[in-house]
Design a protein around this ligand. Structure first.
Ligand code: ASP
Length: 585
């Protein structure tokens, strides 16, 4: 080894030892007769000291060191007179006897500091420099620990890690596939897996009754904020289990990760049905770090002459604690906020529950103080609170109020990143009607089984069929999701028919799976966790990008290696691909 120690480990107990350290020059300072150099590696920072009086030549050489030069320095560990309690190595410094420049560095385009001055794009382009920063380094360490502890837990519980292929066939359900041309089969394409779903089910047919994999998945979606075209899942499947078994085993995994990565003991996770989540929070991934549950006011608010409420399917509000003194301007601004197309509400009604016990609302014309008091009572509002009320079509109104609930919680500082509120959302509908496409889509995926007791509804009321499908939600983020699967050919074919596949199409696309079901498929089910987001949530940050060593930017580009990129004509010819780009575009 070129070094005897790392830059993070020397303490007072090493004083007088001769050591050699290697690392990057974080910064250097000349203070009169002394030159100090902070040497950094993955493990920390150690101060090197050069004395002009006793080592003029060496000291002058040290003054020539630039930021991010890579050096190896040998010297004696000495106790500092001026200790730095913020640094693990702050009690000591190295009185350097000689050093060697292992490599020089250009001046980096941004500072390698916790609060860097580099913008997003620049940091992505020079990702190797960004990754030197503590915050990203800590994220990578957390991610490693998460993966390592996941493997520990899964192994201890008898799961086998089995790899499934990346070059598979394209399927029409779900998101858009990334495709890869096949040179040996001109005109034919592989697709990269959106998840190993069908393979893990086939592993169940093969008898591998506890499978997991930490696996890359690929989805060619229009990039919404904080989505990555390639991302990682903890993908799991089990045979001979009920939904309850899955929830217990994987709640165990989440407990294990909180315990071993965060040092936190989590209690039993609450469970909530999809229907309740939508009704009380307007979201299938409710953030329950704070309450602010919906209060339905339809019966109280209708038939008092206020047309907007009278014509609404639902009148529903939330109580914003301590906001009764919001100014007119603040309320107007909230009104504009809910009217934005992303939220889509037509307007916002407010009721101030004044500190003196009186009420003031934007609909005073229609409602007496006594009536407003009834609303406030139902909402358990106290003097000093503000009711915010939306109305309209049920689903849309709930969704909009769900958005407003999150927005208000952010404004009120109720979304503490150091607090964790996990829950299971269960009993999802099997199907979802799509107005535009004029057909049903699978809410989870086409392999999810209907609840046995709801099977008769497949003939009569498709919208009401529920699935044994479940999501793990933490702090308003969907961290994982899965379901009990169909394991019978007829039911799978029927499901595909409902989704608009003819028998022939179903056979062509999913025949391999349905055929496998004919050879003794066990009952099975599973779950997959979004690993990048899981890491981000445990790290207390919103962005998954900073938990991925080499992420893509918002246009799906890797600006460091500059991909995607064009192919050489020879490559295209070999693949027998002729480009037909529209130059006007
Ligand atoms: N394959 C599913 C997904 O990617 C998860 C599962 O059902 O296990 O969402």
């Amino acid at each position: 080894m070129l070094r005897t120690h790392t830059c993070g480990e020397l303490t007072i107990s090493h004083v007088n030892q001769k050591v050699t350290l290697c690392g990057w020059v974080q910064r250097s300072r000349d203070l009169g007769g002394m030159t100090f150099v902070d040497l950094r590696d993955r493990y920390g920072i150690t101060q090197l000291v050069f004395n002009m009086e006793t080592q003029a030549e060496l000291c002058n050489k040290a003054r020539g060191l630039g930021r991010e030069y890579v050096i190896s320095a040998t010297g004696i560990v000495s106790e500092r007179s001026n200790k730095n309690p913020k640094l693990a190595t702050g009690d000591i410094e190295i009185t350097v006897e000689h050093f060697e420049v292992l490599n020089v560095s250009k001046t980096p385009p941004f500072t390698i500091e916790d609060n860097t001055d580099g913008g997003d794009e620049l940091r992505m382009k020079f990702r190797y420099l960004d990754l030197r920063r503590n915050s990203l380094k800590n994220n990578m360490m957390l991610r490693h620990k998460m993966a390592f502890e996941t493997r520990n837990y899964m192994n201890a519980n008898g799961f086998l890690e089995i790899e499934t292929p990346y070059l598979i066939g394209s399927t029409p359900e779900g998101a858009r596939d990334f495709v890869v041309p096949s040179r040996m089969n001109p005109g034919e394409f592989y697709a990269l897996p959106q998840s190993p779903q069908t393979f893990k089910q086939i592993l169940m047919v093969a008898g591998y009754d506890r499978y997991f994999q930490i696996v890359r998945c690929f989805r060619d979606e229009d990039l919404r904020a904080d989505r990555q075209p390639e991302f990682t899942q903890i993908d799991c499947e089990m045979s001979f289990i009920t939904q309850e078994d899955i929830l217990v085993i994987f709640e165990g995994l989440v407990h294990h990760l909180f315990r071993n990565v965060k040092g936190m003991e989590m209690g039993k996770f609450p469970r909530m049905s999809y229907a309740d989540a939508m009704q009380q929070y307007g979201s299938d991934k409710p953030d329950i770090r704070f309450d602010m549950r919906f209060v339905e006011l339809t019966d109280l608010a209708q038939n008092k002459g206020f047309k907007v409420f009278d014509e609404a399917e639902l009148v529903v509000g939330i109580c914003a604690k301590g906001c009764s003194e919001y100014t007119r301007k603040q309320v107007d601004e909230l009104t504009d906020w809910v009217k934005r197309p992303q939220v889509g509400a037509a307007g916002l009604v407010y009721v101030r529950c004044n500190a003196d016990g009186t009420f003031k609302s934007s609909v005073d014309k229609f409602y007496s103080p006594e009536e407003l008091k009834q609303w406030a009572e139902r909402a358990k509002a106290q003097p000093g609170d503000l009711l915010l009320i939306l109305s309209g079509k049920t689903e849309k109104t709930r969704k909009a109020l769900g958005d407003l609930r999150i927005e208000m919680a952010s404004r009120l500082g109720l979304r503490d990143p150091n607090k964790f509120a996990p829950l299971w959302v269960v009993d999802f509908p099997l199907l979802e009607w799509d107005e535009e496409a004029n057909r049903f889509f699978a809410m989870h995926h086409p392999f999810t089984a209907p609840k046995p007791e709801d099977i008769p509804l497949l003939d009569t009321d498709l919208k009401s069929v529920r699935a044994n499908a479940y999501d793990l939600v933490i702090n308003g983020s969907e961290i994982g999701g899965g379901s009990i699967r169909i394991h019978n050919k007829e039911m799978q074919n029927r499901m595909l028919n409902i989704l608009g596949f003819s028998n022939e199409e179903a056979q062509k696309q999913f025949g391999f799976l349905m055929n496998a079901f004919e050879y003794g498929a066990p009952p099975h089910g599973g779950i997959a966790f979004g690993f990048d987001r899981f890491c981000a949530v445990l790290g207390g940050q919103d962005s998954i990008r900073d938990y991925i060593a080499f992420p893509k930017n918002n246009s799906g580009r890797d600006v460091m290696v500059n991909s995607p990129s064009t192919l050489h004509e020879d490559q295209l010819n070999e693949l027998q691909i002729k480009l037909n780009l529209n130059p006007a575009k």
